[in-house]
Design a binder for this molecule. Structure first.
Ligand code: NDP
Length: 330
């Protein structure tokens, strides 16, 4: 039974040697417990923060202990009244091939309602983040212009599609021509900007959004965000969802001072942690499921195969190797 432990706290960009694959006996389920077999593992940028020894909104991972993330697992043995053998569940679980659970925090998911892996993406945390971050904090109005960074990833692809459904113009910023093409074809964005090949992102945002930016859904932070902020309209809303370009910094980076822009544009910049909006999850999930079933939104996944490849799949997020949600299939 393979297990992946945090071997070292990464310094800067994480490396494979920061993880260790070990093995243990397959545990047995006691009364009131389940034995779970991991089927799909979500790797997410926020896990990087949990690898630091710093206080945050979720506890740090401990050294030489298993890493955890969103996992879909199959119940292979049940001594728990609410679950039976063959059920699939979703929850925050250890990076282990098999593990026991008392069922707390697990939700049953069904492959007849949706693709199992989609409960880690569009019907899971990333879909909720996109939907609630955009609608609750961005508050889009028909005819407005939305710019989304990290647009080719799990959250970004969903934000853009919802923006289009709500009658907005949507421009995505991403790191490859292939992803840019995917945004304007499959995901119906109006324009896509490749930040790796475009020498002047501020100018690229200005020329694709001559009317200015009403909502900036920020997944990346840093210089890309500085360039978008230079183009915002009066009363712009800026949901700060993520800052992946800064997660591996070892020193606090200094950028332009934002206060004059926020002040003169009467703009609202607001960070959010999706777990804090949990009372809105049932209605949001219902809306996302109905859009998905009606073919109004779709999703992309990059599926990596094999338990041993979980750490590499995580590292690949920082290289932009995923289109849509990065998932490891076991
Ligand atoms: P993604 O699927 O978007 O994967 C990460 C992407 O980030 C990569 O594919 C890459 O795409 C891009 N990226 C990596 N490094 C950089 C960089 N230095 N500069 C710019 N872009 C970079 O991840 P998610 O959709 O799961 O998450 C998106 C963001 O949302 C993250 O910052 C995450 O932490 C945050 N998040 C926040 C939540 C909250 O509660 N606030 C909940 C969930 C996610 P590219 O090819 O474009 O470079």
């Amino acid at each position: 039974n393979k297990v992946i432990l945090l071997n070292k706290r990464p310094h800067g960009i994480p490396k494979l040697s920061d993880f260790q694959i070990t093995s243990e006996e397959i545990p047995t389920a006691k009364n009131g417990e389940l034995l779970l077999k991991t089927a799909y593992v979500s790797v997410d940028p926020y896990l990087r923060g949990r690898m630091n020894d710093a206080k945050s909104y979720v506890p740090s991972f401990e050294l030489n202990k298993p890493i955890q993330s969103g996992i879909i697992a199959e119940v292979v043995e049940s001594k728990h009244a609410d679950f039976k053998k063959g059920d699939f569940v979703s929850g925050s679980l250890d990076w282990k091939e098999h593990q026991t659970s008392n069922g707390k925090g697990l939700h049953k998911v069904s492959s007849s309602d949706a693709k199992l892996s989609s409960y880690l993406g569009i019907l899971g945390m990333t879909g909720l983040t996109a939907y609630l971050g955009l609608t609750e904090i961005g508050v889009p109005k028909e005819g407005e212009t939305i710019v989304v960074s990290g647009a080719g990833g799990a959250v970004g692809t969903v934000v853009g599609q919802i923006g289009k459904l709500l009658g907005c113009k949507v421009v995505g910023i991403t790191g490859s021509d292939e992803k840019a093409a995917l945004l304007t074809s499959t995901f119906k964005f109006d324009h896509a900007i490749n930040y790796k090949t475009n020498p002047d992102i501020k100018e690229a945002v200005k020329s694709t959004c001559p009317e200015g930016v009403d909502i900036y859904f920020d997944n990346v932070g840093g210089e890309i965000s500085d360039a978008v902020l230079a183009n915002i309209n009066k009363y712009a809303r800026l949901p700060v969802c993520g800052a992946i370009s800064l997660y591996n910094e070892t020193e606090v980076p200094l950028g332009p001072r934002l206060q004059p822009i926020i002040l003169t544009k009467s703009a609202t910049m607001r960070g959010f942690i999706i777990g804090d909006l949990s009372e809105k999850f049932p209605a949001a999930t219902k809306q996302l499921t109905s859009w998905l079933n009606d073919g109004k939104i779709t999703f992309a996944e990059t599926i990596v195969e094999g338990f041993d490849n979980i750490p590499q799949a995580f590292l690949d997020l920082f290289e932009g190797k995923n289109k849509g949600k990065m998932i490891v299939k076991i």
